[in-house]
Design a protein around this ligand. Sequence first.
Ligand SMILES: *Cc1c(COP(=O)(O)O)cnc(C)c1O
Length: 455
Amino acid sequence: MATKTKRFILPEDEIPTQWYNIQADMINKPLPMLNPGTKKPLKAEDLYPIFNQACSQQELNQTDTWIDIPEEVYEQYKFYRCTPLVRAYELEKALDTPAHIYFKNESVSPVGSHKLNSALAQAYYCKKEGVTNVTTETGAGQWGAALSYACKAFGLELAVYMVKISYQQKPYRRSIMQTFGAQVTASPSMSTRAGKDIITKDPTCNGSLGTAISEAIELAMTTPNCKYVLGSVMNHVSLHQTIIGLEAEKQMAMAGEYPDIVIGCFGGGSNFSGIAFPFMRHNILEGAKTQFLAAEPSSCPKLTRGKFEYDYGDESGYTPLLPMYTLGHNFQPANIHAGGLRYHGAGTIISQLLKDGYMGAVDLPQTETFKAGVFFARHEGIIPAPESCHAIAAAIREANKCKESGEKKVILFNLSGHGLIDMAAYDQFLAGDLVDYSPSDEDIAANLKDVEPLQ
Ligand SMILES: *Cc1c(COP(=O)(O)O)cnc(C)c1O
């Protein structure tokens, strides 16, 4: 019986053994991060008080193209990698498009998203450097869930500050974190000075990612042997995520195709970087013509409507100044369901690549993304995370363009996670209760007033 291959999976011994560092190949390197006080470029050592040393060095490494995946991390990757590359035949048929659509299914990780790829690496480096305790913040809980798994795997204690409103309204990711042994605290909390200050001013405060970051950093600075880790935005996180695209490149070869368009949803940039950078390498070095498209929410449009300036990575201004496309660190995105995409800025590598024309971006209203997610679920059988619905909606737009033009483009998108713990969002969509948000030009301009112009 001659059947078509649906899923392409690499044998275990063909899982890539190195991550790809695009900084080494970039023609215009990312601009330096600056110390906000002195305005001097940061060195790796300046990051050591908060981050582990290996990740601090990876952050600023602009010379080594390939970085070995430590054996211990590789062994952990084998629990769920290689993730499948899937040809979306049913989606193609339903759209009646001549395009070939593929997706990389990162939702098969034990915690349901791509975030584990970097959580395992960061936990490993912490352990190796003698760290015993790790802290982080989490919004909807995807990053906290991934890190709790990784800390259990490497024997580290984890304290997570979870935005209070999510802690109350989205209890199941909290349960996942607790199942893996993490200590989860609703933020703001009375356990830090930053939290106490906020509660004293406003006892009913629902919390924000900015406050949770402040609490996590404060704990890391005041606890011996404790480091802070982040799930997105930073260059080392993007580096770890390139395992996605490196596998996909080999899997596309198994399918006998090469993508014309690569799409990922965009929050801080980690899953997009992961699927895109290994293919972008061929654009930079060999003049390949693949198009790269980051799919962001209309409610938080930093790539399509933000400005390229120096800005803080967090609301409270604790981080170095980062050269990035930003809506301003005080920007308060509407409370959309794709919590992982509600971030005001983009990483420094992505920002440079966008400025130099190596990639593009598109913004999508949330009702269109849920419509795409439901359509995808009904034809391909997987309920996507609300974040991933943005990538699907963008892929559907491209497939529809192919239908009009008759072009047989090969479209590859990253399915960054599943939505099985986000069904309340689907309930709202199916009940017709979801609305779209888009900030006015005046709102955006007002928030950009405080950011530092690029010299
Ligand atoms: C966190 C998250 C995102 C957004 O973060 P990036 O760093 O931009 O990838 C996207 N999808 C899922 C499933 C997530 O958990």
